[in-house]
Design a protein around this ligand. Structure first.
Ligand code: NDP
Ligand code: HSE
Length: 445
């Protein structure tokens, strides 16, 4: 069949908020260019949004507008349903109903896929339809396609990324401008970066959703958000950001997935990264993902991780992929999770105690002879080697008298379980005067 004979792909958009609006606008603006690439037109035929007045403002008369998303799914003329509502509730029901109705699905909803992906991908496989989700990880950066296709020759060793713009924006603004956490969070919400519930951003849940999706594609394992280790930035103190800088490190919220012989590390937490690494210099709402493969070495992908048009760029890339593969037999399409569904690896997600990393510790201690020796001997008992020690003089320790000091210790790599045992021993010392701060450190070499 020649390209001229292919009818346009008909799209139904569910939700015309930030990303839905961006998707509609970019598709309209670049339709000729997109058609040249896809080999056929991609037309938004229907838009569903609870707020039909808003939808009318964005779409005008260019598509049919309905309040009921199920009317889109029920329309036999719609080929692809684009879910841009968000959340696990109605979005899950609509995605499963669209699949059951034989529609291909595009979604930016990382929360939905990280938690219910196994069910959704299985339903799509049974029905022979595609589920595409480039926009779900790192917004406009084509990291899903890179992992799934561009790096397909490699045994991936690790993936580590700044994959939440809101928290990177908060950390950058707090450090550079000395602004308060709450002020910066409000600005991130105003700019449209933050999730509807910003707790997901600041507690690391959004980044963990994205890391979970990348782990599945990188290692050929099921989507297992329930086994991910998740820590956000709400407990991070300005003191540790400052000490880290003095030691040559920046603190970034990283989502990490790493292959070990015994299993896969899947973790999201604030992480010290050497200042000289490119990724340590990714500021504001920008995202960056590093991927290490055995053949390619270390690669890095950088760009806007949120916002209307950057995210639309990813949604539309998925629509073009679907348009190109629409007539292909399901078995010959690119698998949604990169690996053939019956070729998944049994490697488990490792418990956090089995994770291997290096650490930053901050201990408020009595400034007296023998304290450091006792602490280092507890670390040595667990086989933990020290990389660097910084002591802040008593008069630099805010709000305290002259008989206390901060000890900052950087360690070499060890299992987290060994570190936790050592921490319990150190915390029990009478000369350790406050809860010890523990942060993880990655060299990303
Ligand atoms: P918005 O809240 O801006 O848009 C969601 C839209 O869906 C709203 O207009 C909302 O209407 C509408 N809606 C809610 N319920 C229904 C329903 N039952 N039927 C039809 N429409 C409904 O969200 P975003 O555009 O920011 O996010 C959409 C998805 O994209 C989420 O999964 C998000 O995580 C993801 N994403 C967002 C990014 C961003 O930069 N914003 C980046 C990457 C991914 P109303 O307002 O009236 O409730
Ligand atoms: N809330 C997300 C962020 C949006 O801040 O990165 C993009 O997924």
């Amino acid at each position: 069949m020649s390209q001229e004979q292919l009818r346009p792909v008909r799209v139904g958009l569910l939700g015309i908020g930030t990303v839905g609006g961006g998707t509609f606008t970019v598709l309209q603006r670049n339709q000729a260019e997109i058609r040249r690439r896809a080999g056929r037109g991609i037309e938004v035929a229907m838009v569903a949004d609870l707020n039909t007045d808003l939808a009318k403002q964005v779409v005008g008369d260019a598509a049919q507008i309905v309040a009921d998303a199920r009317a889109v799914i029920a329309n036999p003329d719609i080929d692809v349903v684009v879910e841009l509502i968000g959340g696990y509730g109605i979005a899950k029901a609509l995605v499963l109903e669209a699949i059951a109705a034989g529609k291909h699905v595009v979604t930016a909803n990382k929360a939905l896929l990280a938690v219910h992906g196994t069910e959704i991908f299985a339903a799509a496989r049974d029905k022979g339809v595609m589920v595409a989700f480039e926009a779900a990880v790192a917004g406009g950066i084509p990291i899903i396609k890179s992992l799934r296709e561009g790096l397909t020759a490699n045994q991936i060793q690790w993936v580590a990324g700044i994959i939440n713009g809101t928290t990177n924006f908060i950390l950058s603004e707090m450090r550079d401008k000395g602004l308060d956490f709450d002020v910066v969070l409000k600005e991130a919400q105003r700019l449209g970066y933050a999730e509807a519930d910003p707790t997901f951003d600041i507690e690391g849940v959004d980044a963990a959703h994205k890391a979970t999706l990348m782990s599945a594609i990188a290692f050929g394992i099921p989507v297992q958000f329930d086994k991910a280790h998740v820590e956000g930035i709400t407990k991070l103190s300005a003191t540790d950001i400052r000490y880290a800088e003095q030691l040559g490190y920046r603190i970034k919220l990283l989502g990490i997935a790493r292959r070990q012989a015994a299993g896969i590390e899947l973790r999201t937490h604030p992480t010290l990264v050497p200042m000289r690494r490119l990724i340590a210099n990714v500021e504001g709402a920008m995202n960056a993902v590093m991927v290490q493969g055995d053949a390619v070495g270390t690669t890095m992908y950088y760009g806007k991780g949120a916002g209307a048009e950057p995210t639309a760029s990813a949604v539309i890339a998925d629509l073009v992929d679907i348009a190109r593969q629409l007539e292909a037999a399901p078995a010959s399409r690119v698998p949604a999770l990169a690996f053939q569904p019956d070729e998944l690896s049994p490697l488990p997600i490792l418990p956090i105690d089995e994770v291997v990393t290096s650490f930053y510790l901050r201990l408020r201690v009595a400034d007296q002879a023998g304290v450091l020796a006792r602490i280092t001997s507890i670390l040595a008992e667990q086989g933990i080697s020290i990389d660097a020690v910084l002591q802040r003089e008593a008069d630099e320790v805010s709000g305290e008298g002259g008989n206390q000091t901060d000890l900052i210790i950087l360690t070499h790599e060890t299992k987290e379980g060994a570190m936790n045992t050592a921490l319990a021993g150190m915390q029990a010392l009478p000369t350790v005067l406050a809860p010890i701060v523990k942060l993880r450190k990655e060299e990303l070499a």
